[in-house]
Design a protein around this ligand. Structure first.
Ligand SMILES: C[S@@+](CC[C@H](N)C(=O)[O-])C[C@H]1O[C@@H](n2cnc3c(N)ncnc32)[C@H](O)[C@@H]1O
Length: 255
């Protein structure tokens, strides 16, 4: 069954046929005969730790693994907000030579490579993704560019697979809403971040009646709920960095 429904794909900024995805999403949301209202999702703190709270993300994550070449092009094209604003974002990260950074949900490695150039050979970038094809792509492109400080890692859906206190900065761009087990991921991230480390979250504004319907369907919750989830995981919001309009960029530290 397919449907020709076009929409702007928020993670790539491209107009795509999303009929199949919407149908798959509705199918996933309707599992068990219960039609969940996307966005009416309680905070992670209120969930069982091992509860799978993002059926939409599961479907999307399957597509990343299945067709990485398509996503590599989509992630690194003009018209995608996070691509167009990449140098403003980089400037706001406060990167210094020698810093160790984790890019979690690294996708094609767009930011991993740019961050690696700025932290230099004395620093390290852990480019983590659950899609093996994308991780392989990151390794190949970093090698081709002579970036010996990029370590591409296949993460788990419940763990970034980082060592304790191993990074100065955690960078999560357009990926948190894809985490199928955000509570577990945040526990691992909290352990991996050094005591004076910072965490940057970039994600989509999700406002009922305002945001594009595709964002309302794909992104499970809005900024306030995500901030609550980070707070419940032991982080405090430091500031919002005003670079985007339809997305937001937040900085957190350990509380
Ligand atoms: C929309 S892409 C964003 C990619 C990249 N951050 C960028 O902005 O170009 C989301 C990525 O998150 C990855 N992902 C989803 N769940 C993950 C998890 N638990 N751990 C690591 N990566 C995950 C997906 O495989 C996908 O590559």
């Amino acid at each position: 069954m397919s449907a020709l429904i076009a929409a702007v794909e928020p993670d790539t900024g491209k107009v795509v046929n999303v009929g199949h995805l919407i149908l798959a999403t509705i199918g996933a949301l309707a599992v068990g005969g219960v039609l969940l209202v996307v966005g009416a999702v309680p905070t992670v703190a209120a969930q069982h730790q091992h509860e799978h709270i993002t059926p939409t993300a599961e479907k999307l994550n399957e597509s990343f693994g299945a067709d990485s070449a398509q996503w590599v092009t989509g992630f690194e094209s003009e018209g995608r907000t996070i691509f167009d604003k990449r140098f403003e974002v980089l400037d706001a990260l406060g990167l210094e030579p020698g810093m160790d950074v984790a890019d979690i949900g690294a996708g094609s490695g767009l930011y991993s490579r740019l961050i690696a150039e700025r932290v230099g050979p004395s620093g390290q970038v852990f480019a983590i993704d659950i899609a093996t094809n994308l991780v392989n792509h990151i390794t190949e492109t970093a090698n081709a560019m002579g970036l010996g400080n990029v370590r591409a890692i296949v993460g788990g859906d419940k763990s970034p697979r980082l060592l304790e206190q191993s990074v100065d900065l955690v960078f999560i761009a357009d990926s948190y809403h894809h985490f199928e087990y955000p509570g577990e991921m945040l526990q691992g991230i909290k352990k991996a971040l050094r005591p004076d480390g910072r965490l940057i979250l970039i994600d989509w504004e999700r406002i009922e009646g305002v945001s594009h319907p595709f964002i309302l369907a794909m992104v499970r919750a809005g900024k306030a709920i995500f901030i609550n989830e980070f707070s419940a995981a032991g982080f405090e919001l430091v500031e919002e960095i005003p670079i985007f309009t339809e997305e937001y960029m937040l900085e957190f530290r350990h509380r």
